[in-house]
Design a protein around this ligand. Structure first.
Ligand SMILES: [Ca+2]
Ligand SMILES: [Ca+2]
Ligand SMILES: [Ca+2]
Ligand SMILES: [Ca+2]
Length: 460
């Protein structure tokens, strides 16, 4: 696959403040003096990905979203693999495995999302495949017990966790210890349930099970059904308060800031609810959250996507939240844990046409986590090669980073651009595959002919 070396710059125009109308003149001046702008320290050769494989043959594209890629050692290899999912196949790739291997093929042709974790409790990481809409619309998470080193089929008796007469159960499976007993648990989103339902299955999950086995559920609806913050919640597991127990985060970009019945909201600031672990059995709604945050403006769509990770390295998990800023530009907000009501971002990243697809990882190996976002094709960003792009900012972070008004250069530390017609950056993931301290960037893309591609840029 041919790629164009990105021309990216570090913008040094004193823009360590929120970007707004008042910044236009100052930034335009800096842009006009391009000779003073140093070249971007791009550590990766965008022309030569180390792995470049097709995901789905000719049938379907690479799945979109932050969770279409996952990393872990489900193969039992001692180093991690990247798992990518489309509608038909789930493949494993890693540096030194140039062709990758297909580990699962779906007859249902539904969009799948992978996750890796020892959900069966035998000490060996497993591969989990979220497959909403599969099994005649019931939806399920399929667990392939590790080590997974070849194509698995139903003859291998995978473990299934099934929904109940809906089509969206199985979205974005999450593995973590939410109950605090040391065993990893499974969090599953069902986007078609009334009010959307996020369900926790206590690990180990080593036999077929269904929705009735969930030990706890979360939704945006009040127990009496009279109130709701919205109807499109997604669940995330991450440890925000540093107690070693994963906390449940519920997010919905279309959520209202006041409890109304679903469909009545016109503001859509978006909402994030944090439920401190350990999770106790029962049913919860957004009004029960230990911390409830909303977007700062109407139609901020705060929480299009939420990615967890310890960005500032203080032992508390942090959240990277996508939405729209006050200037109506897509942005990512970095909220640092522990997160309490009223928390405000410590850094903001303005991101092309979308920041929904993003990741956290240390790409340059300096010990500081970096932020990676798929920015789409920023046609307004004059001076850049044409084509969709993936951008990275290297931590530590404070202040604002972003796309500035007309005449200014897009400020990212590194950029990967594709001009070959791919829908480049459907999925991005930064992961330390070799446990060396320096991450590998994985980018999942779709081509016009319906094929999918995963590229890896090794950090070694
Ligand atoms: Ca547990
Ligand atoms: Ca916790
Ligand atoms: Ca932190
Ligand atoms: Ca770094």
């Amino acid at each position: 696959m041919r790629k164009v070396l990105a021309v990216a710059f570090v913008l040094l125009c004193g823009c360590g403040k929120p970007v707004g109308e008042g910044d236009t003149a100052a930034c335009a001046d800096v842009s006009a003096d391009s000779a003073s702008v140093p070249a971007c320290p791009n550590l990766y050769d965008t022309a030569t990905p180390t792995v470049d494989i097709a995901v789905d043959g000719q049938r379907a594209a690479m799945a979109s979203g932050s969770r279409a890629l996952a990393a872990g050692d489900a193969a039992g290899a001692g180093t991690d693999q990247v798992y990518g999912a489309g509608r038909d196949d789930v493949v494993a790739v890693t540096a030194g495995m140039p062709d990758g291997i297909t580990v699962w093929q779906s007859a249902d042709s539904v969009w799948m999302t992978p996750a890796v974790g020892d959900i069966t409790g035998d000490g060996v990481p497993d591969l989990l495949i979220g497959a909403p809409g599969s099994d005649e619309g019931v939806g399920q998470v399929i667990v392939l017990a590790g080590p997974v080193t070849r194509l698995r089929t139903w003859d291998d008796n995978p473990i299934t966790v099934k929904g109940a007469d809906t089509t969206a159960f199985g979205s974005a499976p999450q593995v973590g210890d939410a109950t605090g007993d040391g065993a990893l648990d499974l969090l599953v989103t069902d986007g078609n349930a009334s009010g959307a339902l996020v369900s926790l299955f206590a690990g180990p999950v080593d036999v077929d099970t269904d929705l009735g086995a969930a030990v706890a559920t979360w939704s945006e609806d009040s127990p009496d059904g009279a109130s709701s913050y919205g109807s499109a919640a997604t669940g995330l597991l991450t440890d925000l308060d540093g107690d070693g127990i994963d906390d449940v985060v519920l997010f919905d970009a279309a959520s209202s800031s006041v409890p109304v019945r679903s469909g009545c909201d016109s503001d859509s600031p978006g909402a994030i609810g944090v439920f401190d672990g350990p999770a106790a059995g029962g049913s919860y709604w957004l009004g029960d959250a230990d911390a409830l945050l909303f977007g700062a403006v109407n139609r901020a769509f705060f929480g299009f996507s939420v990615t967890g990770g310890d960005v500032d390295g203080d032992g508390y998990g942090d959240l990277l939240v996508s939405g729209y800023g006050a200037n109506w530009h897509p942005e990512l907000q970095l909220l640092v844990g522990p997160i309490r009501a009223g928390a405000s971002p410590v850094a903001e990243f303005e991101v092309g046409v979308s920041g929904v697809v993003n990741s956290i990882g240390d790409l340059d190996g300096d010990g500081h986590a970096d932020v990676i976002a798929s920015a789409g094709d920023t046609a307004f960003d004059t001076g850049d090669p044409s084509g969709p792009e993936v951008d990275a900012w290297y931590g530590p972070f404070a202040g604002s980073y972003g796309v500035l008004p007309d005449g200014c250069t897009y400020a990212a530390d590194a950029r990967w651009v594709d001009s070959t017609g791919l829908s480049f950056g459907n999925a991005v993931l930064a992961a330390d595959l070799t446990h060396s301290g320096r991450g590998t960037l994985a980018v999942g893309s779709s081509a016009a002919d319906g094929t999918g591609v995963i590229d890896l840029w090794s950090g070694q």
